[in-house]
Design a protein around this ligand. Structure first.
Ligand code: KIV
Length: 272
């Protein structure tokens, strides 16, 4: 008798059902070996278009292509078997029409095997969210500070600092929830507004620089590991891997220069 051992991934309905429950732990992830490390810990990995800046040194996320997202998403899928994997739709691949969004999002799902996509925008993207969700593409929305609008906003600016900005942002949250998004990222949003939206809408909110009251949190993994020398102000660093890597590289170079490298016989001796 053959026994199939197959880990089942965390599902969209199970994330959706965590509204008001145990906080949802999410991190960005762009490659296979970090996916392996995160997989048993986090509920959700986001292949975020922030990879353009983090992995490829771009100034913002506008230059990220669908092919690049698919390449990284395939790596994350190969490295994971448990966490829900969500892939960002990059700038220019979904805004024009629900039909174009569907075609590109379906390509992402078919070529990578991921479970869901994320797209930026609230009320203005509600029709697209509904179109995708009704046709089998689970959507995570993203409102507040939406980095793909950086040129319109004139920089990465916290949203909802003044109360006159609140009604539009609240409408964004209500619109994506009503359109069938299974969760919504609240990025760079004034704390009391993010807490209020979390209380008011029926789907989980995932905060980043928003509020501890959100139903879950997400950070860019490289920021929380201390690999980014100038992360956003709200980021708590859980490790200092940047300095650790620099030290390891300096130690390696010292060994090279001092000819301190063992031949294969030493390796066998070490194993014995
Ligand atoms: O691209 C990304 O990494 C994101 C998160 C910051 C939410 O959208």
């Amino acid at each position: 008798m053959s026994v199939e051992t197959r880990t089942t991934r965390i599902t969209v309905p199970s994330i959706r059902a965590r509204k008001g429950g145990e906080p949802i732990a999410c991190l960005t992830c762009y490659h296979a070996h970090t996916a392996r490390l995160l997989d048993s810990h986090v509920d959700l990995m986001l292949v975020g278009d922030s990879l353009g800046m983090v992995m490829h040194g771009m100034e913002n996320t506008l230059g990220v292509s669908l092919d690049l997202m698919i390449l990284h998403a395939k790596a994350v899928m190969r490295g994971s078997s448990r966490a829900l994997v969500v892939v960002d739709m990059p700038f220019g691949t979904y805004e024009e029409s629900p039909q174009i969004a569907f075609r590109n999002a379906a390509r992402v799902m078919q070529e990578t095997g991921c479970t869901a996509v994320k797209l930026e925008g609230g009320a203005r993207m509600a029709d697209t969210v509904r179109y995708l969700a009704e046709r089998g593409i689970p959507v995570m929305s993203h409102i507040g500070l939406t980095p793909q609008m950086v040129q319109v906003m004139g920089g990465f600016k916290t949203q909802g600092r003044t109360k006159d900005e609140w009604p539009a942002l609240e409408e964004d949250a209500r619109a994506v929830a009503a359109s069938g998004a299974f969760a919504v990222v609240l990025e760079g949003m004034a704390e009391p507004l993010a807490a209020k939206i979390t209380r008011d809408i029926p789907i989980p909110t995932i905060g980043i620089g928003a509020s501890a009251a959100c139903d879950g949190q997400i950070l860019v993994m490289e920021d929380m590991l201390g690999l980014n020398p100038s992360p956003p102000k709200f980021v708590k660093r859980f490790a200092a891997l940047g300095p650790a890597i620099e030290q390891a590289v300096a130690d390696y170079v010292a060994d090279v220069r001092a000819r301190r490298f063992p031949g294969p016989e030493n390796i066998y001796a070490m194993k014995a």
